[in-house]
Write a protein that binds this ligand. Structure first.
Ligand code: FAD
Length: 450
């Protein structure tokens, strides 16, 4: 099942909607296919942030670059959908740390777009008894997690799962904090995560997180400007030697170049959707197998009016641990009463198999438990993601799996033959982030330029 968008108009109508809302295309469409191989200097596979950043840098250096993208739309796991002109982020939402973040500079200085700094401290956490946590309870739970993370990071061996570092009896508050702040953050179960992993977004940049009210797709459009891109062209095979590459796509077309940068997500590499001839060397295969691919899914519910009290986050420790435990109030960002719910790891995987009506009933049941005094109106619009089922993502972002050292990311990024790999999973400083993907793409271009 691909990610779907569903518009509710009276009855819920499950309509697959093409989510391309890119406005005027500024990048060039590549020339029409012919039976001869298409030749260029460098092929870039994937038009997410890493691929676009790589291609732009190569192009500025005077290389002929062609980007091959499997989807109709650009941006990959940055996916902005516009509803009545209002941008809603179904992939990445935040710039994680705005100080020294290269994307901050691009968005505010070059594109002139405003940012909205996140107010994460404005959290309403509702316990299983329906009562809100006090701020002292929140502080205590946060401090417990920080001390657990510190101990595990300093003392755990690389092959230990985080679950082994937990006290034998978790209190309900501790369990909830682990789910909301670790399982949701990394998109993986506690038994899958390496105990010594830094919990968070890798080496954090300084400063607060921020959202882009005008939509992150503006960044994608700007990075794609002037590039030659072939959309709906999934790559199936990469033949390579030190002398060059020959690429076959699903349409049967052949592309040839001296060099290639592959930015497809780790999930796609793990699935073997692209065959390499000769096969990738063992260290690279071990890096691909060893790193984890996590899952975070979103649901967006737009309501006729706001029925919840003002809070940037509504967190709920309901009867099923991990189910609908976090909601972000989108109202101030998009100017319509809307909540964005998150599910991760196994919970997200289970929900992705549910039809829309069941998913909606489950979400509404949880919201009703949060606000028992309120008659909650039916939503007027519903959007959902299922990133694990998206064949061009097969998950949301990489995470430090048990046994995976940071060197695996460096190994993935190391050039080999006429190939180089880039993308968030190949960023050892900022994995699982937009800026990590962007910097990794720029770094790959630097390697190819020599
Ligand atoms: C739900 C969710 C929430 C997130 N939240 C945040 C956040 O708040 N902040 C943050 O910084 N990051 C966040 N991230 C992570 C961030 O989106 C990614 O790290 C980043 O977008 C990855 O960029 P990339 O270029 O490495 O990969 P991608 O964006 O996935 O680009 C890879 C491209 O390769 C294409 N492709 C795949 N297979 C083929 C093929 N066979 N042939 C040709 N093309 C192919 C894909 O279609 C895609 O366009 C989130 C991700 C998700 C899914």
């Amino acid at each position: 099942m691909r990610r779907r968008l569903v518009l509710q108009q009276g009855l819920l109508t499950a309509a697959a909607v093409s989510a391309v809302a890119l406005g005027a295309r500024q990048e060039h469409s590549a020339a029409l296919p012919s039976s001869d191989p298409v030749r260029t200097d460098v092929l870039v596979i994937g038009a997410g942030l890493a691929g676009l950043a790589c291609a732009q840098r190569l192009r500025s250096a005077g290389r002929r670059v062609l980007v091959l993208e499997a989807r109709e739309r650009l941006g990959g796991r940055l996916w902005t959908v516009r509803r009545q002109g209002v941008p809603i982020e179904l992939g990445a939402s935040w710039l994680h740390g705005i100080d020294n973040n290269p994307l901050h500079h691009l968005i505010t200085r070059e594109l002139g777009l405003p940012l909205r700094v996140s107010a994460d401290q404005n959290r309403l956490t509702i316990g299983p008894d329906g009562r809100p946590w006090t701020s002292a309870r929140t502080t205590q739970a946060d401090a417990w997690l920080a001390s657990l993370a510190r101990r595990a990071e300093q003392q755990a061996g690389p092959d230990q799962p985080l679950s082994r570092w937990l006290p034998p009896q978790l209190s309900p508050d501790q369990r909830f904090t682990l789910i909301a702040d670790v399982v949701h953050e990394l998109g993986a179960e506690l038994a899958e995560i390496a105990a010594d992993a830094p919990l968070g977004d890798g080496q954090p940049l300084l400063g607060p997180d921020a959202l882009v009210p005008d939509g992150l797709d503006r960044l994608v459009q700007s990075l794609a400007a002037g590039l030659e891109i072939r959309r709906a062209e999934p790559v199936r095979q990469i033949q390579h030697s030190s002398g060059g590459v020959r690429v076959r796509t699903a349409s049967g077309l052949i592309y040839q170049a001296q060099q290639l940068c592959c930015t497809v997500p780790l999930g796609v590499l793990k699935a073997g959707s692209i065959s390499f001839d000769p096969p990738l060397p063992p260290p690279k295969q071990q890096a691909i197998a060893g790193l984890g691919m996590g899952l975070l899914d979103k649901i967006v519910l737009v309501f006729p009016q706001r029925f919840w009290q003002e809070a940037s986050w509504i967190r709920n420790d309901g009867p099923v641990p991990g189910l609908w435990s976090e909601w972000l109030d989108l109202t101030p960002l998009i100017g319509r009463p809307a909540l964005m719910g998150f599910n991760a790891a196994e919970t997200a995987r289970r929900l992705s198999r549910q039809p829309d009506a069941d998913l909606l009933a489950s979400a509404m049941g949880q919201l009703q438990r949060c606000f028992p005094q309120v008659e909650i109106p039916a939503p007027v619009d519903l959007l959902r993601t299922s990133w694990a089922d998206d064949p061009y993502a097969l998950g949301s972002y990489s995470f430090p799996a048990v046994g995976a050292s940071p060197e695996l990311r460096q190994e993935l990024a190391r050039p080999w033959s006429s190939l180089v790999f880039a993308g968030e999973a190949a960023s050892d400083a900022f994995p699982a982030t937009l800026h990590g993907a962007y910097l990794s793409g720029r770094q790959a271009a630097g390697i190819l330029l020599g």
